[in-house]
Design a binder for this molecule. Sequence first.
Ligand code: 9MG
Length: 281
Amino acid sequence: MNSLRCGHKTLDLGRPAIMGIVNVTPDSFSDGGHLFSNSQLNISKTLQLVENMLLWGADIIDIGGESTRPGAVEVAPQQELDRVIPVLEAVTTRFDALVSIDTSTSAVIAEAAGRGASMINDVRALTRDGAIEAAAESKLPVCLMHMQNQPKTMQLAPTYGDVLTEVLDFLLLRKKHCLEAGIDSSQIVLDPGFGFGKTLAHNLSLFNAIDRFADTGHPILVGVSRKSMIGELISLKNTDDRITGSVVMALMAAQRGAKILRVHDVRETRQAIDIWESTKF
Ligand code: 9MG
């Protein structure tokens, strides 16, 4: 599967695709609030970030209006709509870009699909009420991510018997529900969910088994950018200091078979991937 059908557009997965992160939330873990002035989202700053990401080589932009960092509380659907839809419209009006919407909420999925979104990225794997139906109706590709518990409590005491089997089984079960709801298998992307209800040991077990996820035949999305697992590996508290580690891990993920890399640092990651790609014969 070397591409995803994104409405009238196509996401090429012949080489690892870069997904640029645009969080329109005041409280995201790494970039929270940097697009806000006086508690208001600054649209021109947001469009400038998107423009830069596209120039630097992003293949798709991921817009999210609900923080999913550890400890985050859920936002009301209307608040999420108010955050995400104006940005989606501004981005799709200004740029001919693929835009994925990072949401678990059926109303946001439906509204975004009607306003030019290209993909649905759901950290809750379409488990919220109505989400699977809204995604099926949209005909857009869906990313199903694994998370143990919910952001508010997920990092308190993550526990697994066999983390790889449990995460894989969960994703394959969610895939089955998607197929039953009418989502085409070729439109399903899977994601182990690094940092979502997992210790460093769990994350590393999953990271070293990305090839096992790729063996499912579905494109694998990996998001490790600036996350605490990188901070823990090389003792870096400040998320801005984690750029090199993030780029290295994105490259390693691609070498293990990941097809979509969700990153904050598009330029650096694009360069790393392009260097790797151009050394292949
Ligand atoms: C929204 N979001 C934050 N981290 C993520 C990850 O690792 N994967 C996906 N699919 N989405 C994420």
